[in-house]
Design a protein around this ligand. Structure first.
Ligand code: SF4
Length: 398
């Protein structure tokens, strides 16, 4: 069995995903997975250009040259080297080569990541590259590197322990491959995975606990030990607390809400709706300090229409915002409704960044937007939880 860097990376996120790759199952790409793929490719290309800008043309190459050339000091950098060792194959993004005299040959794999912080999984990917290079370059690299963010800050780390960890993970993948497909346990990575539709469907069929989200492995195991495997089973575990006045997050209460198809709210919020409701959601890239997606659902009495506006990189952010404003400008008295303060910050920042983009409409959107999760909305309504309606107090265990 050949374990590629793609399978190894998938395993670091999700066992099921690695298994599906191993079996050659194709998933369904979504707009977000396609966008992320394009972003990654573009970032890698730019990182490469920035890296070679300090080298002469003959000092670097792309592909898999004969080992003799790097050893002779012909290249200082080799991109996209296809390294294959026993049972593993990796397309190594970059190998940095150093030669001092005949016997002093050293090299190390490097990966580019767009984030400013290298995660444990990024380092393990470098270790995987090192494992794949080990046999064909006949020498284990001592250190690996990660070039972080657009400034390409270099993080250097020793590889010895990571190599052992990567080997253990390879053994786990090999062992797992002989068993049945692991059950889909929905997790944070799912929204950017091509198997999202497949796994969600299976999780719904099984009524799996992971549908509730925010379930740690420990918590999951605790419920399994008690014989609770489904959302429905968990919903019967909810016990309203009668004495405590504290509202605590409770997965069983969420399960109950799902089973009864009810939404539990603390009181009934009074919303001052004044125009056409536009449900609004924004996604951004914190590392690069830009927003890349605006999603809108515009509802009238007759129908609901959805829009999505994309910015492939920071230079398109203004166009995205202006296009969004143009659509909103055609709606009578639009009022944005969103969940959380992220969108509130977004509106403020757009006003500051692009003051010339329809300032009147921007100001109107800011002043009329409703954040359904704002704290003051709730505390203003019911400063004392004991004033909440009896039914809601019961549901929250008060
Ligand atoms: S959708 Fe989620 S559970 Fe399914 S393979 Fe992808 S990451 Fe794993």
């Amino acid at each position: 069995m050949l374990i590629t860097d793609r399978i190894f990376e998938a395993f670091l996120h999700c066992e099921t995903k690695a298994f599906l790759y191993l079996n050659g199952e194709t998933g369904e790409g979504s707009e977000i997975t396609e966008w992320r793929r394009r972003q990654k490719e573009e970032f890698n290309q730019k990182s490469r250009e920035r890296f070679v800008s300090n080298l002469a043309t003959e000092q670097w190459t792309i592909g898999t040259p004969s080992l003799i050339r790097p050893k002779q000091g012909r290249y200082q950098a080799v991109f996209d080297y296809e390294a294959t060792s026993e049972g593993v194959r990796s397309l190594v993004q970059l190998i940095k080569v150093g030669v001092r005299g005949k016997a002093r040959f050293s090299y190390g794999p490097i990966r580019f990541i767009s984030s400013h912080k290298a995660a444990a999984s990024d380092k393990l990917m470098v270790a995987f590259d090192a494992l794949a290079l080990l046999q064909c370059w006949k020498k284990a690299p001592l250190v690996g590197q990660i070039a972080r963010g657009h400034g390409q800050e270099i993080a250097t780390f020793r590889l010895d322990r990571l190599l052992n960890q990567a080997k253990r993970l390879l053994t786990s993948i090999t062992d797992r491959s002989t068993k049945d497909t692991p059950p889909p346990i929905l997790k944070k990575h799912c929204p950017e995975c091509e198997y999202q539709l497949r796994c969600r469907k299976l999780a719904l069929e099984k009524d799996d606990l992971s549908l509730l989200g925010n379930f740690s492995e420990k918590e999951r195991k605790k419920h399994h030990d008690k014989g609770v495997f489904t959302v429905t089973q968990l919903s019967y575990m909810f016990k309203p607390r009668r004495r405590s006045s504290k509202i605590k997050f409770d997965q069983a209460l969420r399960a109950l809400a799902i089973r009864k198809k009810q939404i539990h709210v603390v009181g009934a919020p009074v919303l001052t709706k004044s125009g056409t409701s536009v449900y609004f959601d924004v996604e951004g890239d914190g590392d690069r300090d830009f927003y890349y997606l605006i999603g809108m659902r515009i509802c009238s009495d007759e129908s609901c229409v959805q829009h999505s506006f994309w910015a492939d990189n920071p230079s398109y952010e203004r166009d995205m915002w202006v296009t969004c404003l143009n659509v909103l400008g055609r709606i009578p008295n639009p009022q944005l409704i969103h969940y959380g303060s992220y969108e509130t910050h977004f509106l403020d920042r757009m006003k500051l960044r692009y003051p010339d983009a329809d300032p009147v409409l921007s100001a109107q959107l800011i002043s009329t937007s409703i954040n359904l999760l704002s704290n003051h909305l709730w505390t203003n309504l019911f400063p004392d939880p004991l004033e909440w309606p009896q039914r809601n107090r019961w549901l929250l265990g008060i």
